[in-house]
Design a protein around this ligand. Structure first.
Ligand code: ZSD
Length: 404
């Protein structure tokens, strides 16, 4: 059976179109179609490209098949789907394989921290109830990192701690053979109650790792030298599947041009400076905002003067002590919020800034933009990240932002 390429060449030859160059004054031209006889078709890759081109959903299996294929051709990449945990997009859940045979856990990818930790067979049974857990004893490739322990506390006062193993960890078809997997022997209530996730994958800088006596590298840091490019992208979406891609940038995920700005990893976070902001599509001002790009934080947390400038445009907005944040009537048509970065403007639409009712059935909604005053840094969390394709470029120590 003729391949399409062979058919095309024979068709052109039969129709006399191949290689005829225009003679003097002739208005037509034609060109020979070169048939690449070295091209080896790969069905899943063709399907992946077609689905990506027309925005069709791409299953984890298809991503893994394509990543596995291309990983064999030295251009090592990984691509993993990520899904919002609930209607408020509180956090994003990504499947990660650990050990041999693979144990698949739902984990929260967090560019605001640098530890990969999991609920495990060592987590108290009462705390682990309802969670998928990792059992190192059931993995032939698990090794105890003797003498190592870890303990971490997050911005929202949640915490966890435990001991450490190394094992193979595969994300989106890309495997790191000897990854530090931090096993939880203690977890705080917030994690016990959140049975949707079994731990975190820290995607911050290695300096932020909390293992002692010898801090460990993040999964991405271990992977970077083998990836086609030492970078990953986050494509978080409101109420739909997004992706974390490793080693390549799929520019078709964004509408706008990627604007790059230096990233400061000295504190372990992906720090950067936005060059100005505006409300409701107005012209950007020149008030810079220094903060972090943080996939592990739900909200956009900015200084009080910016929060006030935004909610002054929302008739019913008021600070609610019980909610510890600004709330408003769910019926309000919220203005957009824009910030400048890397020469581009990222606009967060009003609907992304309305998180959801403060409780089931309430007509009062909680704002996606809240104050950073009691935190000590500004946080461009999921509410901001959802408006963009964000490139975390370790190789060039920079962040790229493109409007989606
Ligand atoms: C979050 C969240 N919001 O609604 C739900 C449900 C959750 C998840 N749930 C309460 C449990 C939990 C608590 C944390 N996480 N998950 C993720 C890591 N945390 C961070 C990361 C970081 N970069 N910065 C600050 N904290 C704290």
């Amino acid at each position: 059976m003729q391949t399409f390429g062979a058919f095309l060449v024979s068709f052109l030859a039969a129709s006399g179109m191949a290689a005829a160059l225009p003679t003097e004054g002739q208005k037509t031209a034609s060109i020979e179609v070169a048939y690449n006889k070295n091209y080896v078709a790969h069905g899943p890759t063709a399907l992946f490209k077609a689905k990506r081109k027309y925005g069709a959903p791409i299953s984890d299996n298809l991503r893994a098949a394509v990543a596995a294929k291309h990983s064999l051709t030295k251009r090592q990449t990984g691509s993993a789907n990520t899904n919002p945990s609930d209607s408020a997009d509180d956090e994003y859940i990504t499947s990660v394989s650990i050990g041999t045979p693979a144990q698949v856990l739902p984990l929260d990818f967090d560019t605001g921290s640098s530890d990969l930790w999991v609920f495990s067979s060592e987590t108290p049974k009462s705390s682990a109830s309802g969670h998928v857990t990792y059992s190192p004893s059931k993995s032939s490739t698990a090794k105890k990192l003797s003498g190592s322990t870890w303990s971490i506390k997050y911005g929202d006062k949640s915490s966890s701690s435990g001991d450490v193993y190394t094992d193979v960890v595969t994300i989106g078809g890309f495997s790191v053979k000897t990854q530090a997997v931090e096993s939880a022997t203690k977890v705080s209530t917030q994690f016990v109650q959140d049975t949707l996730i079994s731990g975190l994958v820290g995607l911050g800088f290695d300096i932020g790792n909390q293992v002692s006596p010898r801090p460990q590298k993040t999964w991405f840091s271990n992977a970077a030298s083998s990836l086609a490019e030492p970078l990953f992208t986050a494509d978080l979406r409101h109420q739909e599947t997004g992706s974390y891609n490793f080693g390549f940038i799929d520019t078709s995920l964004a509408k706008g041009t990627i604007g790059y700005t230096p990233a400061d990893g000295s504190e372990g976070y992906w720090g950067f400076t936005a060059t100005g902001y505006s409300v409701g599509g107005a012209k950007l001002n020149r008030n810079s905002i220094t903060g972090i790009a943080d996939t592990g934080t739900t909200l956009l947390l900015l200084p009080d003067n910016i929060v006030d400038a935004y909610y002054n445009n929302v008739e019913s907005a008021e600070y609610d002590d019980s909610q510890e944040g600004v709330v408003f009537d769910c019926s309000e048509d919220l203005p957009s919020f824009s910030f400048g970065v890397g020469g581009q403007t990222i606009t967060i639409s009003g609907d992304l800034l309305n998180l959801t009712p403060i409780e089931e059935g309430s007509s009062t909604c909680f704002g996606g933009l809240q104050s950073s005053s009691d935190i000590g840094t500004n946080i461009f969390g999921d509410v901001a990240l959802k408006a963009a394709l964000v490139v975390f470029d370790l190789g060039n120590e920079r962040l790229g932002w493109a409007q989606k």
